[in-house]
Structure formats: C-alpha cells, structure tokens
Design a protein around this ligand. Structure first.
Ligand code: AMP
Ligand code: MG
Length: 488
C-alpha cells in the first residue's frame, strides 16, 4: 500500500495515539477483494495472510499509526459537545489506485479517551449492516465509505442482550466530519487555520487555484453534500442519523446506523426507531443537510477575510444544486429528458406510489415491463404485481398515467429510455429484511448469506440468478416496521 499517514502529523490535541484492544479469537466474516485491490492491500502478502488478526486488533502492521480522532457535533439538533472516535481508530492513510486518498479505520477496536459511557465495541448485527450498506451504495454509484472486511469474535458485548463483538475495517475517502470543525471552534480555535489548510491540501487541492481557496473549498463541500443527498433521495436511502458528527467533509456517506432503503413509498418514513420527533425522515434529509451546513459554516468566520456574506454565498447554491441533481435524476429514472412535462409526470408517479404504498424500487423498475415487455420478463412480473396490488379506483389512475407516460416515451429513442431506466433503477437494494436474514445466519456462525448478498449487491442493476423472491419482496402494506435503532 502507498501509505500517507498525514493526520498523525497534525497538532496532537486533535487525536490520541493508541493501538486497538484485541478481540478474543477473531474469525473472518467477509473480505472485500475489490476494496483490497483498490487500496493496494492485496499486493502485500503480510496484510493478506493476516487480515483477520489485523481487523481483530491482534496485530498492528509496522506502517500503521493508529489514533482516535477528536470531534464534536450536533445530535438531533442539539449541541452535544465533545464526541470523537469512541470505538474506532484511524489506523492508516493510503493513496488508492486512482491516486485518491483513502483512510483505513478500524471500527469496534476498544476503548479510547472519547468512549464516554460506551464500551468501545461494535456488535455483529450493526457491523454486517454497515458492511453491506457501504458496499451497496458504492455499487449503486453513490459516494460512500466501504469496507475491506469484518470479523466476529468471542468477546462478549452487552446491549439489550449479550452479543458477539465484531470489528470492521472501514475505508473512506476521509473521516473528517463537519463535527471536527465544531470541536476545533470550541476546544482549540487556534488550530482552525492549520486544519483548514490540511482539509484543502488533502481533499480539495483544486481550490488552491481559486482566488479565495477557503471559500472555493467550502462551496464545493456544500455542493457535494447537496449532490450526495439528492442521490440518497433518488435511490430511496434514509441515513437515519444525520448528526453533524456523521457527515463527512467530502460529501461521502459515512456512519451507518439506523439507515434504511425505502420499501413502500412514504416520504414521512422514519427508519430510526430512536428518532421520536421524526427529524430524520426521508423527506427531511435535504433540509437537514442544509441545517447542518448552516451550523458548520459560520465557524470559518474566524479566518481572515471570511465574512458572513461570503459564507452565505457559499451556502446559497445548496438548494439549486440539490434540485438540479434530484430533478435530473428523477427524469432519468423514467428515461425522460429533464424538462417540466417530465417532472409533472414524475411527481404524479410518486403520488401514485405514495397513495397506494407501492414499493419504491420495484415500481420504478417495473416501468421496463411496460415499455419493453419482450426483453424484460422479470420486470413484466413486477408490473403484474404492481397492478395486482392497486385497488380498482387506483387502477384507473395508473392506466391514465401509463398512457401519458408511454406517449412521452414514444417520442424518444426506446434504446436510450431503456438504458436510462436500467442504469438508474436498481433491481436490488439492501432491504432491512435481507440484512436481517444475513445477520440471523451469521449469529449462528453461518456467513454464506452475507457472501450471497455481497454478490447480489455487487451488480444491483442486473437481474440475477442468485436472487430469491425474498430479495425483492417488500413487507405487506401497513405491516409493523422492523425496529432499527441507534443501538449498535
Ligand atoms: P454514532 O451514533 O455511532 O455515530 O456515535 C456517536 C458517538 O458515540 C461517536 O463519538 C461514537 O464514537 C460514540 N459511540 C457509539 N457507540 C459507542 C460505543 N459502543 N463505545 C464507545 N463510543 C461509542
Ligand atoms: Mg457517528
């Protein structure tokens, strides 16, 4: 691997250097060969043969320089003060095959000075959810952390019940969160200049070409965040806990806890059982992204030449960037050009899904069964299920809508329409029930289902033989929701 451990050269107040605390008897859960190749891990024999010991915290390769980062944050809208890596360590920084920086971060690695009341550990179920979700989003084409692999162990961990301790080697382009700046502002304001330079030089070097590099950097963070959230909305992903300590400065999805993929379409859906006020519903995500950035940006006013007005100008493009990306993406999901008539059609379509609690993923994909039925047997079946589920009044609404839709499509190249639909509407997303089946088996020591889901989600836009009907079956309408909480 091409090591580039630079965080460890920053001011020591920003982190605490320490090794991981080993898990007992770590055993392989799954290994991501694609990530291993991307970061150069697979070229190092020692790393390859000892990956389980490394992820289990039993062996620290000589070039690793593990440290826990300090950060702070706003949680559920409230200032939470100092947080930091309470159960994870940044173990190494590398350059990947594309010369992009990647952090290796061991999650579940034991106590640190930032553990507060926690035990420093992660349990198997949350580790599997994070492992599969990072992979799923990455393969869907959404900026996200991913992971090299995970292990399970004999270390007992107490949650609502006793569970097995596990650990995951997370790989992300950065582990700097919005909350890092909130920590600096509160606890070490003299570091703001140095840290801002570090963020720009490491992650946004192109901003140096601008007349005002700090403002160029901040505006790019705003735009990337807006685009990431638009991607979430389009795919039906709800992060579940968009606190400022869980948002990366690179606009990559980070920190998977009570996330979920939308099944039966309901914009007010909350996957997170701990979110009693509904702050992080699916439909609130764009506004919360804005809220987080709005809390974050004013800290930069301490820098010379950065005014309140200039910061407002950085934030201003958020909404337009989100809208442009979302609306364009929504039109593409229907295979239509980005224009007002397509949007009207798209919003009517979403209303139909919402009114009838139709499955978000399957319904979009079913459109192939409508416009190109001969080549799309799987999607024909989805369409049959969709129309079967509609009550008779809604059936007429569907017929009217589909007639309008087909008319639009007829004016276009069918090949292009099919291609757009196929490449923007997955066949498979990580439904809670799918993750849960893999977890139940893994808790019995069986990891084949994790491996199967890994394969399935590696090509989410392709109909696959290894799929079962359960992989594309939503829960019954109005079925009680599976409880997914912050406990992990
Ligand atoms: P999260 O909700 O996972 O984003 O975590 C919020 C904060 O709590 C972070 O500072 C975590 O490091 C910390 N934390 C979460 N779980 C634990 C744990 N089991 N032990 C120590 N710290 C934890
Ligand atoms: Mg977090």
């Amino acid at each position: 691997m091409r090591y580039q451990n630079t965080y460890v050269n920053l001011d020591p107040r920003l982190y605490h250097k320490q090794p991981p605390t080993a898990l007992k008897n770590p055993r392989a859960g799954h290994f991501n060969t694609q990530v291993a190749q991307q970061i150069g891990w697979s070229e190092d024999k020692d790393l390859m043969t000892r990956w389980v010991d490394i992820v289990g915290g039993q062996y620290v390769p000589a070039k690793f320089e593990p440290l826990a980062m300090a950060y702070a944050g706003h949680q559920f809208g409230q200032w939470a003060g100092q947080l930091g890596d309470g159960r994870g360590l940044l173990v190494a920084q590398v350059l990947d095959n594309n010369d992009q920086p990647q952090d290796l971060h061991l999650k579940g690695s034991g106590l640190t000075p930032y553990s507060r009341m926690g035990d420093g550990r992660a349990v198997l179920r949350s580790t599997i959810r994070e492992y599969l979700c990072g992979h799923a989003l990455t393969q869907l084409g959404i900026p996200s952390s991913n992971a090299l692999g995970f292990v399970v162990s004999d270390t007992p961990v107490r949650r609502e019940r006793m569970e097995a301790g596990a650990a995951l080697m997370r790989v992300a382009d950065s582990h700097i969160r919005l909350g890092h700046i909130e920590w600096i502002a509160s606890f070490a304001p003299d570091l703001l200049i140095e840290f801002t330079d570090y963020m720009i030089d490491t992650y946004y070097p192109e901003s140096r070409n601008s007349e005002a590099p700090v403002l160029a950097f901040l505006q790019t963070v705003v735009e990337r965040t807006a685009r990431m959230i638009a991607d979430w909305q389009l795919i039906g992903f709800a992060h579940g806990v968009m606190n400022t300590d869980n948002l990366s400065i690179t606009g990559s999805t980070l920190d998977f806890g009570p996330f979920g993929f939308m099944e039966r379409f309901n914009p007010a859906w909350i996957n997170n059982h701990s979110d009693h006020t509904g702050r992080y519903t699916y439909q609130n995500q764009p506004a919360i992204g804005h809220w987080n950035l709005n809390i974050w940006l004013p800290h930069f006013m301490r820098l010379e030449g950065v005014t309140r007005e200039a910061l407002s100008d950085c934030l201003a493009p958020y909404e337009a960037t989100f809208m442009q990306h979302y609306q364009q993406g929504l039109c593409r999901k229907l295979g239509l050009p980005h224009q007002p008539e397509s949007l009207t059609l798209a919003f009517d379509w979403l209303t139909l899904l919402e009114d009838n609690l139709l499955d978000y993923t399957n319904s979009f994909r079913a459109l192939l069964g409508l416009i190109a039925p001969e080549d799309h047997a799987y999607e024909r079946q989805l369409l049959a299920t969709l129309t079967h589920e509609l009550p008779s009044e809604a059936l007429q609404v569907w017929k009217d809508w589909s007639a309008r839709y087909v008319e639009h499509v007829q004016a276009l190249s069918l090949e292009q329409v099919v291609n757009d639909i196929q490449t923007t509407n997955p066949v498979y997303v990580l439904r809670n029930s799918m993750a849960q089946r893999a977890i139940t088996a893994a808790e019995q020591g069986q990891f084949e289902e994790v491996a199967r889901l890994y394969e399935l989600l590696a090509s989410p836009y392709k109909v696959q033989d290894i799929a079962t009907t359960l992989d594309s079956t939503p829960p019954a309408p109005n079925a009680p929701q599976m409880p997914i909480s912050c406990s992990s």
